[in-house]
Design a protein around this ligand. Structure first.
Ligand SMILES: C[S@@+](CC[C@H](N)C(=O)[O-])C[C@H]1O[C@@H](n2cnc3c(N)ncnc32)[C@H](O)[C@@H]1O
Length: 277
């Protein structure tokens, strides 16, 4: 699923950042740094999350940092805005054919909040292994279910909106009783020499109107189906229904605090993978 709206993604960046920081604070001790390393981040979007979560962890003497994504819109944005010494931004489909210059090139490959949006996780894990040097390692975080997939299934099956193509938005293991078990099988197929898998819940809590706006911006940012609807009135109607479905879906929980204020928790069950080639 290629993300199309860099500005909205950045505007709502607090959510991805909170979830990533939660996983990193629990599991970053697994990452072992050496001197002069080559680092790839897959699916780094605009690079804005990376700058605040991963970049502060990098040793000063890293050799190169390559940020990559499948989305032209994200890559164009990041090429202009992502500023880091010895870095480059490239277009790369982590499930596609890997260019020869990337094979066995990296000491570390990171991917935050990405594997749950790729079409072929098995191929992604295999490609990540192929891009690692022997002894290199990958650190990946991804969700059992995204906050939006249930609403896309509902809209796909609705008489009104079913004519728009929602298939790209439904993760391959949406219908599985345990997506995390499916991801685990895909990881085993990649045959890393050592794999550590951790699971942990992470939550972004919206307390204020601004926080709720952040959530709404995020849900807009991750819906490219709206680009298929040319009529503005129809598009607004579609987005209203979509947003309402997401807020009422299983990953988002709304409640009132003791003062009667609306609180919304977005809680994901995260899989954190650390695997060595
Ligand atoms: C949920 S966003 C996460 C972005 C960033 N890692 C973060 O945490 O802020 C997922 C990103 O993965 C990208 N993506 C989706 N499929 C991909 C693929 N097959 N290869 C590379 N990137 C992909 C999307 O375009 C999007 O920018």
């Amino acid at each position: 699923m290629s993300f199309k709206f860099p500005h909205l993604w950045i505007k709502s960046g607090e959510v991805a950042r909170t979830l990533t920081q939660g996983s990193l604070s629990k599991f970053k001790h697994l990452i072992k740094w050496k001197k002069s390393e080559s680092i790839l981040e897959a699916g780094f979007a605009s690079g804005s999350n990376s700058l605040q979560t991963l970049v502060p962890l990098l040793p000063h003497d890293y050799k190169e940092f390559i940020g990559s994504d499948i989305s032209d819109e994200m890559i164009d944005y990041a090429k202009k805005e992502f500023k880091l010494p010895r870095s480059e931004v490239v277009k790369l489909d982590v499930c596609g054919e890997i260019p020869s210059q990337f094979r066995e090139r990296f000491d570390h490959i990171f991917g935050f909040n990405v594997i749950h949006v790729v079409k072929d996780p098995r191929k992604a894990f295999k490609n990540i292994k192929d891009m690692l040097k022997p002894g290199g390692s990958t650190f990946l975080t991804f969700f059992q279910h995204t906050p939006i997939e249930h609403s896309f299934v509902k809209l796909k099956n609705s008489p009104k909106w079913g004519r728009y193509d929602h298939n790209e938005m439904i993760p391959p293991y949406h219908y599985s009783a345990s997506p995390l078990d499916e991801y685990q099988k895909d990881l085993e197929a990649a045959e890393f020499s050592k794999t550590i898998i951790q699971k942990a819940y992470e939550t972004y809590t919206a307390k204020t109107d601004e926080d709720h706006e952040v959530l709404t911006d995020l849900f807009y940012a991750v819906n490219p189906v709206q680009l298929q609807i040319s009529d503005e009135k129809e598009r607004n109607e579609y987005m209203k229904e979509y947003i309402s479905e997401v807020f009422n879906g299983p990953v988002v929980n709304q409640r009132l605090d003791e003062n009667g204020n609306k609180i919304t928790d977005l809680t994901t069950l995260n899989m954190v993978v650390y695997a060595t080639k």
